[in-house]
Design a protein around this ligand. Structure first.
Ligand code: MG
Length: 247
């Protein structure tokens, strides 16, 4: 069931989204060679405590941390730990926060120091693909108009979009209906309505789209070992167009 939010509910999600955006501001200052992914997780956890937000991910199906930290060929759901960032890495960070009972969810992929031209292109194209998807999140469109905009932009650049993980509705629960795939023909799926709130989140691989899950049951990696990038925003569909809540 798709839950249409009232303006009051969207206002709470805007607060949660703002907290997530602020956490990213903290991490942007921290991410450099020599930092452990654990350090990033601790910084976000501390910040959430300070502002009274609850991490969406910690304890979710047993996930042990407040952020997901996904380095290089890790697509999503990397567990923060002792791994130390080195010059040339890319790191995808996914953060969810609960404020006043409502979730905000966003992801960004950062460069660690100087990265290769190809890695930079992957980051740029994935961010652009997210923005193309958001532009399609308008009243009267269908769900797959978002999906198609993302896929066509990523594939035009020679990259592939992950099939096995998708975006989602979001609100009182982190994952609500409907799913938001990052691929598909346009004009399919549910009709978009004002008051829908969606986490739109392209995962784009430099090589093929196939992924597998490591033995820790969380870490998702590209099968061919190529780099993967992930950008995500929580977006409210309104009569005046899409509103990005995680800013
Ligand atoms: Mg999400």
């Amino acid at each position: 069931m798709i839950i249409i939010k009232t303006p009051e509910e969207v206002a709470k999600m805007r607060k949660a989204g703002r907290v997530v955006a602020q956490a990213f501001e903290i991490l942007a200052e921290m991410i450099r060679p020599g930092v452990r992914t654990l350090d990033l997780d601790r910084a976000v956890e501390e910040f959430f405590k300070k502002v009274g937000a609850v991490p969406s991910f910690k304890g979710y199906h047993g996930f042990p941390a407040s952020i997901c930290a996904s380095v290089n060929e890790v697509v999503v759901h990397g567990i923060p730990g002792e791994l130390m960032l080195v010059e040339g890495d890319i790191i995808g960070i996914d953060i969810g926060a609960i404020v006043e009972g409502y979730h905000g969810d966003a992801a960004r992929t950062f460069a660690v120091g100087q990265i290769s031209e190809e890695a930079q292109r992957l980051l740029t194209v994935t961010r652009e693909a997210l923005n193309r998807g958001i532009q399609q999140a308008v009243v009267g469109n269908r769900m797959s108009d978002i999906s198609h905009a993302i896929q066509s932009h990523a594939e035009a650049a020679g990259f592939s979009v992950v099939r096995d993980f998708v975006g989602h509705g979001i609100g009182r629960n982190m994952h609500e209906a409907p799913q938001v795939p990052n691929y598909g023909e346009p004009g399919r799926g549910v009709r978009l309505k004002s008051g829908m709130t969606l986490a739109i989140e392209p995962m784009v691989n430099a090589g093929g789209y196939n992924v597998e899950i490591l033995a820790d049951d969380w870490t998702v990696v590209t099968v061919d070992g190529t780099l993967s990038a992930h950008f995500e925003h929580t977006v409210a569909i309104t009569e005046h167009g899409p509103e990005v809540l995680t800013v």
